[in-house]
Design a protein around this ligand. Sequence first.
Ligand code: DGL
Length: 308
Amino acid sequence: MAASSSHAPHAARPAVGAAAPIGVFDSGVGGLTVLRALRERLPDEPLLYLGDTARLPYGSKSAGTVVRYAEQAARVLVDRGVKLLVIACNTASAVALEHLSEVFHPLPVIGVVEPGAEAACLASRSGEIVVLATEGTVRGGAYERAIRARRGDARVVQTACPLFVALAEEGWVSGPIVEAIAHRYLDGVLREHPDADCLVLGCTHFPVLRAAISAAVGPRLTLVDSAETTARVVARELAARGLLHTPSSAPPSAPSATPGMPIPAAGQGSARFLATDAPARFARVGAVFMGEALAPELRPEAVELVDL
Ligand code: DGL
């Protein structure tokens, strides 16, 4: 989307090499679901994550505000020398992907909506696809366009589920309250669309509620999210640009590409975390659903507070 910006296009910077981190951002802990998929697919890669916790949620904000927030969050990561940027937020991907690609050119910028649409088209047989997302993502219709671009006959049903974001940020991922909210959002949609066979978790916060959502919809629908598909796209992009990190990308004696980022050994890509507010809370909630892949690195003292 075209957006006005107070910033000029990003000034030319020294080229970053394969040892530089992948930058990932979201409004909060939701993008950690994408970070986890990146860690699983690309275990050697150094990762730098920013959660814009001071300004969450993005989903209820206007498109212009989300573009502005996304640019500011991205700039922090770009200034720290990332080699690729992942917008691990559907709301921001839907409205800011084009803008960030222009502003930070030639840095590769990858959003999560297109990979999510791809996963949905692969999973659906009937072509009737339910998309759960934030109000902003639903309003802009980005999923509908991305799915229809791949499958012209698809019928896309979009439902905004903003309370799922609040539940995830609270670390409430199961139990009667979560189940009741899932039923409240989903029962009517499923009744009205008996042919729907695929449900897209079109917000990166939603996969942490996957079990409760899955229980509410039953076995008829296949649940998909964009994390795994996004990680695949990132791997492909890095390989195409010769930027995949291997232990030989950064010999132990070489200086780290990014100040403060340790040079990882094989299969031990480092992860660093930034938050714009309440870093201890971010670490506590994030660790709830990061699994073994990243939880040990997400310690409260390891999350740096940054101002945008
Ligand atoms: N996780 C974000 C998304 O994928 C948005 C959550 C929010 O801030 O509303 O859309």
